[in-house]
Ligand binder design. Structure first.
Ligand code: MG
Ligand code: ZN
Length: 352
């Protein structure tokens, strides 16, 4: 009797250790250009604390592309979304220009709801990598057209001109309407929708930097989750803090901290949802580091730091990965940026 009990205990213990808990929802958050130094800039500016500290499972992502030590956001986003290293500038394709399905497209095919929220033009390189397949990130109008080819439920960002003021005179917003989408031009219009498909095209091109942008990113995130969480099959969503990268290209440490804090506030809202929901895996990472940022001096008590940049472009160093919720343990240690897609497919038990 004792022996049987012991055996049962061992079997249960082994199952707990080796079987990953299955998430129902995945929220994938990308801070464009957000290296460890950018995170720390935000933390110091914020009285030495961040929502990001709620994550206990942490790793690193290797960001090099197929043809460069230092990736751009096209190849970086494609590696994360589609699981392939590609050439800088390419979107959702292997280096030989063959389209590769993204995790968002696989989730959609498997009956999950899908969404994207970005603090930039929704056709920009990072969101484009999850939905479009084009040889160049510069083909913004073609990327907008690719939104018609999926059943993405909610997308919110800028870039209205690429849908409505186009060189081919097509109006992609009207075509989306025919597919059943509500087109929303303000966040308030987005928030009126609790179900159905919503295209939130809030700006002609890009939203402004914070603080001018206001609470756009955290509020759009909550509005999107409100719609996506209705699907009993679960959802996959990508959120991008887009302008950390732009502030870093300008070597503007103060703006980097402000953009990190805007994303961190958004992360806090997502973690609040995930803690309550219990079935949601949250991942935070970056596509690459921007600016080669370090801070040789600072004063924690005064929220001050001295920033030192080594480039006005991206750098090649690995970026942090934070994971929370069921399956988080799969995202520790050093990993390739191409490993996210297949890990998520396995965890969500999707058919590829
Ligand atoms: Mg980006
Ligand atoms: Zn950049």
């Amino acid at each position: 009797m004792k022996k049987i009990k012991l055996l049962a205990t061992i079997i249960i213990a082994t199952t707990v250790v080796f079987a990953h808990k299955q998430p129902k929802n995945v929220v994938f958050i990308i801070g464009d250009g957000m290296g460890l130094a950018h995170i720390y800039a935000g933390m110091v500016a914020n009285g030495n604390k961040l929502q990001l500290e709620r994550f206990k499972t942490i790793g690193f992502s290797k960001t090099y592309s197929s043809n460069n030590f230092t990736t751009d956001s096209g190849a970086g986003g494609t590696a994360i979304a589609c699981g392939v290293k590609t050439k800088n500038g390419m979107i959702g394709m292997s280096p030989d220009s063959v389209a590769v399905e993204s995790i968002l497209e696989v989730a959609d095919k498997n009956g999950l709801s899908t969404g994207m929220v970005t603090a930039c033009d929704i056709t920009h390189a990072t969101p484009a990598s999850f939905i479009a397949h084009q040889v160049s990130r510069k083909m913004a109008e073609d990327i907008a057209t690719d939104f018609l080819k999926t059943d993405i439920d909610v997308f919110i960002g800028g870039g209205r001109n690429n849908f409505e003021k186009r060189s081919d005179n097509r109006n992609i917003s009207n075509e989306l309407k025919e597919k059943g989408y509500t087109i929303a031009y303000t966040l308030d219009e987005v928030k009126k929708n609790k179900t159905g498909k919503v295209a939130g095209l809030l700006y002609d091109v890009h939203p402004a930097y914070v603080p001018e942008r206001g609470e756009m990113l955290p509020e759009a995130t909550i509005a999107a989750i409100d719609i996506l969480e209705n699907n009993k099959n679960g959802f996959f969503m990508m959120i991008e803090g887009s302008q950390i990268d732009w502030a870093a290209h300008e070597n503007n440490a103060e703006q980097i901290a402000a953009e990190v804090l805007d994303l961190d506030k958004t992360i806090g809202k997502v973690l609040d949802f995930a803690e309550k929901n219990k079935n949601t895996l949250v991942i935070v990472t970056a596509d690459h580091e921007t600016g080669g940022l370090t801070m040789p001096k600072g004063n924690i008590a005064n929220n001050e730091l001295t920033a030192s940049f080594s480039t006005k472009d991206h750098s090649g160093i690995p970026v942090p990965v934070f994971a929370f919720g069921p399956g988080a343990e799969c995202f520790t240690g050093f990993m390739e940026n191409t490993s996210f897609k297949n890990k998520l497919i396995k965890l969500l038990k999707l058919k590829n």
